[in-house]
Design a protein around this ligand. Structure first.
Ligand code: KG4
Ligand code: ZN
Length: 360
């Protein structure tokens, strides 16, 4: 599922065991292949189609999650569900399902902010990660309030936004460029990262965005189009309009790898600059900060991890980066954030009665 919307957890009585930590992620088959195939086929997400896909698989996904955790609904203590940001049609499918289960089994319900879950899942993998910490969240388009964020997490539910994107998110730039480079859209970001490994990252001079803005905001719209212009130039022989370079040059893997590598270097350089400034700002507000969490789908990128680790170490902090399967969207992060809130008494009472299908 593009937006993993619902996740339940069992907690209370028995000693709590995060059973999912040692388990394999779901295979990219069945319901999960469905969404990836739709994205690959149509090059993006059409809201109505995405809603249909969610409706088709929601019951099976929840049942599989329960089966693989060897639980039934009666073992659960509460239901956590994503309430935003995201496509409202899809979010609604998850919320309806969550309310149905919670209503039927008289369980409290915990509404979760998707980006908070990206940040807090780091506390599941690193039990030494205490508040306050700094978090860089790097995802794709999610609607207002999502995608690229630099936040200072002072405590659970207390977040100061230091920076956000003023246009596109970094994931959007990766995905669009992957499309223009003709890569497999079922795994656009990772495919671009792989191609970049073969290229010379200094061969094309893309501009680092917002150099003159001394803040912690991001901008990827301009950088996203620079490789496109580069490709167009190759396609139409821009260097000499009378002698068009054949479009075969765009098929040349070396050129595409150079574009991918040069884009990636500058895209990550933009993050590095913003993180350096955010560390400086955050330490003035909360001098006890020791860690920078980097999470969200793009944080799976190895090049990004290596570069940011250097910045973080130079500034006397440590980098906490969840494993890739917990960086990209997943239900575990929703369940974990549910536990964080639930254990502090932050939840809604069970919905009254069984939810009708059109309850929301
Ligand atoms: O957080 P996420 O899974 O979904 C949203 O909440 O948006 O992020 C998805 C984004 C996509 O743009 C995807 O291409 C990108 O994360 N991504 C990567 C890598 N793996 C996933 N980008 C660059 N390198 C990767 N290895
Ligand atoms: Zn996400």
């Amino acid at each position: 599922l593009l937006i993993l919307i619902v996740m339940m957890f069992n907690f209370s009585h028995k000693a709590y065991r995060p059973c999912w930590l040692d388990e394999k992620p779901f295979n990219a088959s069945g319901p999960f292949a469905l969404s990836a195939d739709l994205v690959a086929k149509y090059g993006g997400v059409a809201p109505k189609m995405a809603e249909e896909a969610h409706l088709q698989v929601i019951d099976e996904v929840v049942q599989r999650a329960l089966d693989e955790a060897k639980l039934t609904e009666t073992d659960l203590s509460a239901v956590a569900v994503t309430i935003g940001p995201g496509l409202s049609l899809c979010l609604r499918v998850g919320v309806q399902k969550a309310r149905k289960i919670a209503g039927r089994f008289c369980l409290p319900i915990v509404g979760i902010h998707h980006m908070e879950a990206h940040a807090l899942v780091a506390r599941l993998v690193d039990k030494n990660l205490q508040f306050p910490f700094l978090a860089l969240l790097v995802s794709d388009v999610l609607g207002p309030g999502g995608h690229n964020l630099l936040i200072l997490a002072s405590d659970l539910g207390h977040y100061v936004q230091l920076g956000t994107t003023i246009d596109d998110a970094i994931g959007e730039a990766y995905d669009k460029i992957a499309r223009w480079l003709g890569l497999d859209m079922r795994r656009a970001g990772p495919a671009l990262e792989e191609l970049a490994r073969e290229g010379n990252d200094e061969s094309i001079k893309f501009r680092v965005p917002m150099k003159q803005h001394k803040d912690c905001n991001f901008s990827y719209a301009g950088l996203k189009t620079q490789p496109f212009v580069q490709l167009m130039c190759l396609q139409i022989g821009f260097s000499d309009p009378d002698v068009p370079i054949s479009s075969a040059s765009c098929q040349d893997r070396t050129i595409r790898a150079d574009i991918a590598a040069s884009f990636q270097r500058v895209a990550v350089m933009h993050l590095e600059e913003r993180c350096e400034r955010a560390i400086e700002w955050a330490l003035q507000i909360e001098p006890s900060i020791k860690s920078l969490v980097v999470s969200g789908g793009v944080a799976s990128n190895q090049y990004l991890r290596i570069r940011l680790n250097q910045i973080v170490e130079q500034n006397g902090l440590r980098l906490v980066c969840p494993p890739p399967r917990l960086c990209t969207d997943n239900g575990v992060m929703i369940a974990w954030t549910g536990i964080e809130h639930f254990t502090r008494g932050r939840y809604d009472p069970p919905p009254l009665g069984d939810e009708p299908d059109d309850a929301l």
